[in-house]
Design a protein around this ligand. Structure first.
Ligand SMILES: Cc1cc2nc3c(=O)[nH]c(=O)nc-3n(C[C@H](O)[C@H](O)[C@H](O)COP(=O)(O)OP(=O)(O)OC[C@H]3O[C@@H](n4cnc5c(N)ncnc54)[C@H](O)[C@@H]3O)c2cc1C
Length: 507
């Protein structure tokens, strides 16, 4: 059953989460004005999946069940799946800025891979258990929040060495019928209006930290769960042309001795697979982030072009304006191309699914993480200062000022001042409001801070192949064929699958 946006909103009524926003308990998430833009954003993923023109992108056949499911809940099996997912995320983020739900997709794909590895290594039964759970979620067409980023406390200390163990979610107790978890996930997009949370570890763990290597599903209203969230977007602000309608809330989620039955536990102490889950989720998610920010880039490109037009300028005649627009396009399509490459060069996983290429996914996300600030700069550059100087919408109806403002704030003669002001307000909303800052920060840190991407690029890039290439070209004969071993961790050959034995000469 594919729900509509209205069905999704209604479905939230059957949950009673403990939610606080702006210091106040929220009685009904579905009716809370401060959360409405977030619910509308997620709603786009529902309505678009039911529209015939978006069906190919927004739905997919789930291989393990044969059923048609929302693309945001699908396990990728081919390069085409990845390309379609990338395009689908771009599509829903063009409309909504951020639609959150691709996080469910990314978590599903990461858990699908990690549970298979855990079963192969430990003889556990997580994979089939997870598939059964996933089918249930797909059948009900639910939206799951990703509860991965722990509060983390002192960053220089490992989870088990923290003064307060509750800064990381961990297993407090193991029972015959399940586990009890405790701790805090600090940044969860859409937390108040999710159906459930997927709890996952946010870093690689050592054996001593194994009780922190936990992955499980928890209903948003499970006893012991508290959500303390910010408003979604800029609800109720007349000047917020975009984010009064669409924008995501982010919440702190506290797990205060929450019982999770075994049917919903997908890792419980397998620290190596926990680490694998963190990185595989990150690769899927960074790939999705590329699509998401390309959708946001589309908004900036369109709004920038409209501002230029309303200002009376023609990019074909004014080279610096055209250059700025081309730079903006180059950035957006440049990182999007990394997403396309990551889809094309995907890797088949032992679980039967595919994973986008790690290097291209991380480069694409790294590019957007830093170039989002250039995107804002370029959009501002072509628009002018009016975007922050424009009087608020109340002035539009002030009989003492409206007429004279309209007369002087018009640009091109055939474009009414009201139209120019509308685009200027949209541009302010996207780039210069606190919501504009939200888009910058999510681009920089969402899916991991830039250092995490740099590590993944260095860990996975076959530098030694390039070294070999140059050595062959130089014909130096420094080492005999097959004797040279890469110094990059886990990277002994083109596919990086085995740790090499120490060559005799080095012993
Ligand atoms: C808007 C938004 C939405 C998000 N949504 C979600 C979500 O839905 N679910 C989710 O799980 N997460 C979400 N995230 C969290 C995101 O994954 C994290 O922000 C990111 O992983 C960085 O973690 P942090 O914010 O705790 O920053 P920190 O880890 O505190 O990092 C801050 C800086 O310190 C550096 N640093 C941190 N630790 C160390 C160390 N040990 N040694 C050296 N340097 C260090 C980092 O490289 C970084 O530069 C979201 C983030 C944002 C901004």
């Amino acid at each position: 059953m594919l729900m509509s946006a209205a069905d999704y909103r209604e479905s939230l009524r059957s949950y009673s989460p403990r939610v606080f926003v702006n210091g106040r308990r929220v009685e009904s998430v579905a009716d809370e004005p401060l959360l409405a833009p977030g619910i509308a954003g997620v709603g786009v993923t529902y309505d678009f999946a039911r529209e015939p023109r978006h069906e190919a992108l927004m739905t997919a056949r789930q291989g393990t069940s044969g059923k048609i499911v929302n693309r945001m809940l699908h396990i990728d099996e081919t390069s085409t799946d990845l390309l379609y997912k990338l395009e689908a995320v771009r599509l829903v983020c063009q409309e909504s800025g951020c639609a959150q739900r691709y996080l469910t997709h990314d978590a599903f794909n990461g858990i699908f891979q990690a549970t298979k590895r855990a079963d192969d290594a430990h003889g556990t039964e997580y994979h089939q258990r997870f598939i059964a759970y996933m089918h249930e979620v797909q059948d009900k067409d639910l939206t799951l929040g990703v509860a991965m980023t722990d509060a983390k406390g002192d960053r220089s200390r490992r989870p088990g060495a923290q003064a307060n163990p509750d800064v990381y979610v961990h297993i407090k107790e193991r029972r015959p019928d399940g586990i009890v978890i405790r701790g805090t996930k600090a940044i969860v997009t859409g937390a108040p209006y999710m159906h459930e949370f997927l709890v996952m570890p946010c870093r690689t763990m050592t054996a001593e930290d194994s009780e922190f290597a936990v992955c499980c599903a928890v209903p948003v209203d499970a006893p012991g769960v508290t959500i303390i969230a910010k408003p979604a977007g800029r609800p109720g602000e007349a000047a917020a042309k975009f984010s009064a309608k669409y924008g995501q809330s982010v919440g702190v989620v506290m797990f205060d001795d929450v019982f999770v039955p075994w049917e919903r536990v997908f890792l419980a102490g397998e620290h190596e697979e926990g680490g694998y889950l963190t990185t595989s989720y990150a690769t899927h998610h960074r790939h999705s982030c590329i699509g998401a920010r390309a959708g946001f880039g589309d908004l900036l490109i369109g709004a920038g072009a409209l501002m230029v037009e309303a200002n009376g300028l023609d990019p074909d005649r004014h080279g610096h304006i055209r250059d700025a627009m081309v730079d903006l396009i180059k950035i957006v399509e440049g990182f999007f191309a990394c997403g396309v490459a990551a889809s094309v060069y995907c890797i088949k996983d032992q679980a039967g699914s595919v994973m986008p290429d790690t290097v291209f996914s991380n480069i694409g996300k790294l590019l957007l993480a830093t170039q989002i600030y250039d995107m804002h700069r370029l959009a501002s550059y072509v628009s002018g200062g009016l975007v922050v100087a424009l009087p608020g919408p109340d002035e539009d109806h002030n009989p003492e000022t409206a007429g004279s403002l309209a007369a002087v704030l018009a640009g091109r003669a055939d474009i009414p001042a009201a139209q120019r002001m509308e685009v200027a307000r949209l541009m302010e909303d996207l780039t210069a409001s606190h919501q504009g800052g939200w888009y910058s920060t999510i681009s920089l840190h969402g899916g991991g801070s830039p250092e995490a991407m740099k590590r993944e690029i260095w860990r996975n890039y076959p530098v030694m192949e390039k070294v070999d290439l140059v050595e062959r070209l130089l014909d130096r004969g420094v080492v005999a064929d097959g004797r040279r071993v890469s110094k990059q961790p886990g990277r002994c050959c083109a596919t990086g699958c085995e740790v090499p034995s120490v060559p005799e000469a080095a012993e």
